[in-house]
Design a protein around this ligand. Structure first.
Ligand code: PDD
Length: 284
């Protein structure tokens, strides 16, 4: 994972340099994307690029590039296989610290790769259910923008780790929003539920795919408000993200979800997801 992309060049990670006056560093004035590649093939690229455009537009960063060419080349230079590409665009280096920015800054574009597990190749039995805690959502009100100011997410994730849990589920005004880096699903009486799309959650690419697969395969689903009681009395709880796909949550706040085992609807969704991924990889 040694080659990174920085402002038009592929360089060894240890040689990549960004200015201390970069607004990404000073202000978190910066957005990002995380895009999975399985066996060297980009997953839902168009959807990720649409969200990238949404984030850029929302924060008024004017950056254009052949994003797919950059990511494909980066993945190739890192040996292909199962990788996630992290792509960050900051407003750029103003040469000084000033909250006010001018529109003529050259955005800083950085990308690197990280290995990810192809859980669909491994199979459902290999997937470990995770533990979660519920914590107050203290983020800003534009969580639909994939911005790099992740301090609230990082702090509560660490809180979860301190409690022996793997993810924190966030609650605002008595309603669950999402995880620190994942979207939330619950199952009750065979129906799949997820919080409504709003500016309080990220429009997850994996979330959309889960809903599409549910739709195409006759799984009933609804986007609704989910409160704490509904969460802890659910038959199944899942989280979804580009790096973890769809993972069952088997414990919330130290209480097992239902009987504490991976649920049947999760298994069905896992197989649907695996089939979708296989078709995409093999071009069937
Ligand atoms: N995070 N919600 C939040 C707050 C996220 O950070 C993420 C993803 C998601 C899931 O979105 P998607 O399915 O498009 O990955 C939901 C990435 C993986 C990250 O920050 O590393």
């Amino acid at each position: 994972m040694n080659t990174v992309y920085l402002n038009g060049q592929f360089v060894a990670a240890q040689d990549a340099r960004v200015s201390v006056f970069d607004r990404g560093f000073l202000f978190g004035d910066s957005i990002y994307e995380v895009i999975p590649y399985y066996r060297g093939v980009g997953f839902r690229l168009e959807e990720h690029l649409q969200r990238l455009s949404h984030s850029l537009r929302a924060v008024r960063i004017d950056a254009e590039a052949d994003w797919i060419a950059i990511m494909d080349e980066l993945v190739l230079r890192n040996g292909g296989g199962n990788l996630s590409v992290y792509l960050q665009v900051s407003r750029g280096n103003a040469g000084k610290r000033s909250a006010v920015y001018s529109d003529d800054l050259e955005p800083t574009v950085f990308a690197c790769c990280n290995p990810i597990r192809d859980i669909y190749q491994d199979g459902a039995d290999q997937v470990q259910g995770i533990r979660a805690i519920v914590v107050a959502d203290q983020r800003w009100l534009r969580c639909d923008i994939k911005a790099t100011g992740l301090l609230p997410n990082i702090l509560v994730l660490q809180q979860a780790r301190d409690h022996g849990a793997d993810e924190a589920l966030l609650i605002r005004d008595q309603l669950l929003t999402e995880g620190t880096s994942s979207n939330l699903f619950i199952v009750k009486h065979g129906v799949l539920y997820t919080p409504k799309r709003s500016s309080e959650i990220l429009g997850g690419i994996t979330r959309e795919l889960v809903l599409d697969l549910a739709d195409e395969n006759g799984i009933q689903y609804q986007e609704i408000d989910i409160d704490y009681e509904t969460l802890i009395s659910a038959d199944e709880v899942w989280i979804s993200s580009s790096t973890r796909a769809v993972v069952p949550v088997i414990e919330v706040d130290n209480q097992p979800v239902a009987d504490g085992a991976k649920g049947p609807l999760w298994r069905q969704m896992f197989e649907l997801f695996a089939g979708y991924q296989r078709r995409l990889m093999t071009g069937e």
